[in-house]
Design a protein around this ligand. Sequence first.
Ligand code: NZQ
Ligand code: ZN
Length: 386
Amino acid sequence: MDNFTFHNPTRIHFGKGQIARIADELPADAKVLLLAGGGSIKANGVYDQVKSALGDRTVFEHWGVEANPDFDTLMPAVELCKKEGVTWVLAVGGGSVLDGAKFICAAVPYAGDDPWQILVDAGASVKSALPLGTVLTLPATGSEANMASVISRRAIQEKLHFLSPHVFPVFSVLDPETTYSLPPRQVANGIGDAFCHVLEQYLTFPAQAAVQDQFAESVLRVLITEGKKSFDNPTDYDARANLVWAATCALNGFIGSGVPQDWSTHTIGHELTALHGIDHARTLAIVLPALLEAQKPTKLAKLVQFAERVWGVTTGTDEERATAAIAHTRAFYESIGIATHLADYDVTAEVAPLVAKRLADRGLTAIGEHGDLTPERIEALLRAAA
Ligand code: NZQ
Ligand code: ZN
């Protein structure tokens, strides 16, 4: 196990009715920016609960944060915060609203000339941020308890991330009942995204990290069983509660502590969203099986462990077990309605050299836990995903 420092400062209020806790979290004199998406929180009653908890605090609202939050949608909110002297941001919605809020929190006190630089330098220039609270309505990204944010800029066809300890939410409310209104497509996306988050941190090479490995395997098994149950029975509270908590545990820093990490499926997947607007989780479902196939030799030991402990595959050679694990993974995505080939999204293999070049242009010529995914190999694996 590698050395690590683990610190996750986000306070989680989990369960039914917990939106009321916002009243205890925000100072009475807080000037709050309430950030929201396209309106789902009005339709499902979450907005009313939030407003009630906010009481008579001063609240400004900024609506319209889209899936894959756009820099140009967020900048007016940054200006609003500066003009009104906002002291807290409250994000209410899915990962896109939360990520957009993190960007706003970092951009308001930002000392540089151009806040896009926060994305260009991946957060290195972020020195402070407004405090952030969140009410998460879509279990998927882990954004409710991590320091990551992914921002798109359609005007220049980019999708980049930043990391900063300053944007960990101070608190997050996770009430599984707020997710009952999700359409099946978004429930599936959430399961598929969280599943891949675990694999990016687990499916590398052995690091003698038994706690992290076995915790990761538990989260994977819960996503497979409870996730599927929750997909099939959206208002089964216990199944949904387990899905919500699994998605948080998948990317709150715990299972990734002291172990090698990959993240190349995400790096390649973000390009497919930037170029073709494919849902984040669906890009992962396209890239992941092809990437695991391409990386089978270097991931073999963990693929065999994954096969046995998560999929119950206990016979065959190591090569056969690894192949079975990849097949099970693809079938799992397909079982929740997520197609796993480029062609399913009307994208041809012509995208493969383009993605490889865009990554190379950003200096990403050696990604993956061994730095062995070169532009040529990225192109080849994407062609295999056609
Ligand atoms: O805009 P509204 O009306 O709220 O509708 C949203 C949106 O259309 C809807 N929705 C959310 N909660 C709902 C609901 N509809 C009905 N009932 C509810 N309770 O769902 C749609 C998708 O929402 P979005 O927030 O875009 O989905 P998700 O949570 O999957 O977030 C995806 C974004 O997160 C980034 C992705 O790249 C993408 O931009 N990621 C962030 C990460 C992080 N911060 O750590 C890591 C991830 O790997 C990921 O990259
Ligand atoms: Zn993801």
